[in-house]
Design a protein around this ligand. Structure first.
Ligand SMILES: *Cc1c(COP(=O)(O)O)cnc(C)c1O
Length: 380
């Protein structure tokens, strides 16, 4: 079905942290006619999505689905489900998104305590165990792939310490899902949520979420109703999975897109896809180091699909970004908060995680860096 449209967006290469490049077949899926949010075809589509999500999450959790809303909607769902007034919450805080989790937990009435680290570092198992044993929380939260810093924390030690203390764990896997092994069951995560527009290479608009049987029981037994009506997991579960009773008008278009994006992932093989991202990360890092740049995060703690090379001394990072955008339609992002002006945030994901794209990116990036030097000194 081809029709003329008045919309002519510029062609971009999305090398930022997200949204990331979307495959043509995903766009094609979005041009199909919608069905209603109560149509049997909608629920078939949603179920196909659920099955494939279990594979990328690495879980057998029956309560696994995509809900309306972006990654922050998943965050709001997870937190409002487990945090009631007075709930003791421990947050592992090493970046921007942990701060957003903190804010949401507080708004839900949680009694929040934080263990903080500089942006770009992660927590050792011993630090996690000591903090949790000391605070005795009911809920523990961490970000697996901190997109503001480039640091990855699988979270096995955090989950073990939390379970030893009888607490449930919420993990933000917004950037890791689809590009790195999230391993929900093996890691011990109770609720993990994500988005569609980062590691899954889809358009923004849905939030995949998975809930362990233990967390589902806890939610079932909670005494106060969820403060959020829209993000109430009980109501969402009833609509998407149990009775299909109307809750809100979910977008068939977005579910078509996600079904297609997940099909591409399962056709490639989820493990092959992780391996492809890992290889392209190493190719990228070796190219970046040849240019004389240093990576912000220690090698063993890096997110493979989102790189944070440090801005070299004497380089104007805003100028680099502007040259890439103006001359090549390439988007990358800068750092913010404590890392403002200090790092670039460069995503090598999905359709752009290929040797050709990495090589071409490094070439134009090198050229933009050279032309953005504010001083003669060339070093970092
Ligand atoms: C992008 C991101 C979010 C928020 O997702 P939105 O889709 O922008 O709402 C949350 N957590 C992390 C780690 C992210 O990278």
């Amino acid at each position: 079905m081809t029709t003329n449209s008045s919309i002519h967006p510029p062609q971009r290469l999305l090398f930022g942290p997200g949204p990331t490049q979307v495959a043509p077949s995903v766009y094609a899926a979005m041009s199909q006619p919608i069905v209603s949010h109560m149509d049997p075809y909608f629920f078939q589509t949603s179920e196909a999505v659920q099955d494939m999500l279990r594979t990328v999450f690495g879980t057998k959790n029956p309560l696994t689905f995509a809900i309306s809303g972006t990654g922050s909607g998943g965050m709001e769902t997870a937190i409002s489900s487990l945090v009631e007034p007075g709930t003791k919450v421990c947050v592992f805080a090493n970046g921007f998104f942990c701060d957003r989790m903190t804010e949401m937990a507080k708004r839900n009435g949680g009694n929040v305590v934080r263990l903080e680290k500089p942006w770009g570092e992660v927590f050792t198992d011993a630090e996690a165990a000591e903090f949790i044993a000391h605070e005795k929380p009911q809920v523990v939260m961490y970000v697996q792939a901190e997109t503001s810093t480039g640091a990855f924390q699988q979270g096995t030690g955090i989950c073990k310490a939390a379970h030893d203390a009888g607490a449930l764990v919420i993990a933000d896997v917004v950037t890791s899902l689809g590009a790195m092994p999230v391993k929900v069951d093996e890691t011990g995560i109770d609720i993990a949520y994500s988005c569609t527009q980062k590691g899954l290479s889809c358009v923004p608009g849905l939030s995949p979420i998975t809930v362990s049987p233990r967390a589902a029981e806890y939610i079932e037994a909670r005494k106060t109703p969820n403060r959020s009506w829209y993000f109430d997991l009980k109501l969402l579960n009833d609509y998407y999975k149990v009775s299909h009773r109307y809750h809100h008008t979910a977008s068939a278009t977005l579910f078509y897109a996600l079904r297609e994006a997940l099909s591409l992932i399962t056709q490639e093989g989820v493990e092959n896809r992780w391996e492809r991202h890992r290889r392209m990360h190493h190719a990228f890092v070796s190219g970046i180091e040849k240019l004389g740049l240093k990576m912000h995060v220690a090698p063993e703690h890096r997110i493979v699909n989102l790189n944070t090379p440090r801005v070299p001394e004497g380089v104007d990072d805003a100028k680099v970004r502007k040259l890439l955008m103006d001359e090549h339609g390439i988007e990358i992002m800068g750092g913010f908060g404590p890392l403002a002006g200090k790092v670039f945030r460069i995503g090598i994901m999905g359709p752009l995680a290929t040797p050709e794209h990495v090589e071409n990116f490094l070439k134009v990036f090198a050229n933009a860096l050279e032309r953005s030097r504010t001083t003669a000194a060339v070093s970092n």
